[in-house]
Design a protein around this ligand. Sequence first.
Ligand SMILES: Nc1ncnc2c1ncn2[C@@H]1O[C@H](COP(=O)(O)OP(=O)(O)OP(=O)(O)O)[C@@H](O)[C@H]1O
Ligand SMILES: [Mg+2]
Length: 252
Amino acid sequence: MPLLEVKNIEKRFGGLKAISNLSFTVEENVVFSIIGPNGAGKTTLFNVLTNIYKPTSGSIFFRGTEITNLPPFRIARLGVSRTFQNLQVFLNMNTLENVMVGCHLRSKSGLIASALRLPSVIREEKQVRAMALEALEFCGLDEFANRPASSLPYGILKKLEIARSLAAKPKLLLMDEPAAGLNDTETAELCQLIKRIRDSGITVVLVEHNMSLVMEISQEVLVLNYGQLLAQGPPGEIQKNPEVIAAYLGEE
Ligand SMILES: Nc1ncnc2c1ncn2[C@@H]1O[C@H](COP(=O)(O)OP(=O)(O)OP(=O)(O)O)[C@@H](O)[C@H]1O
Ligand SMILES: [Mg+2]
């Protein structure tokens, strides 16, 4: 059974077809990249997968369960996490607190138990803190744990977002342009981090414009163009595909 199965997805915004008749499957334990020109529908696809946007038609299955119409928090609970193209960091919190936010979707305590600070709540908070610290360490950010997010450089904030998405212990991680705005050293570090994420048993779906990164770490690449699947295959094949070169990669 594939980890993720997308069947005939269409997403319209009024007259605009942002995604048309898109079907693909993602197997477990791979880096699966989605590339394509600006406006191709990549971010829209992530928003549809997490049901931030309801698809106009089509269905989505995660580990065999249909998730098409589940509310976003339920999809997250099943094990789908994501990072955003535009940073979503709380600048008034420190690094650790930002990552703890990612764990709360797993917490079980209700509002009243939390307000009364029952022992179960205190225990759970300890657990959440430990999970967040583990995710920070995994991303090499432990030294920044107590630093206010507002004091951190952009490259660290991008990693913080990844740490937060990992803290929820997902099975599938959707990453929307994690290398955007990073310098070469930071991009090389990101590449290693994504490999470690995959090797830890988390499948990664990566949207990215940095082609050397994509070609280095992906097992499978899907090319979107005007909301349609233009090509899909291993990176070596995609790089040589004349249609992909014409639409997106260019001659190089
Ligand atoms: N909420 C929305 N309302 C109307 N149109 C939208 C909305 N979100 C996206 N679109 C349109 O859908 C198309 C696909 O946009 P999307 O952001 O998914 O592209 P993308 O592939 O992520 O591009 P980029 O590489 O620039 O991030 C674009 O034409 C965009 O203007
Ligand atoms: Mg986008």
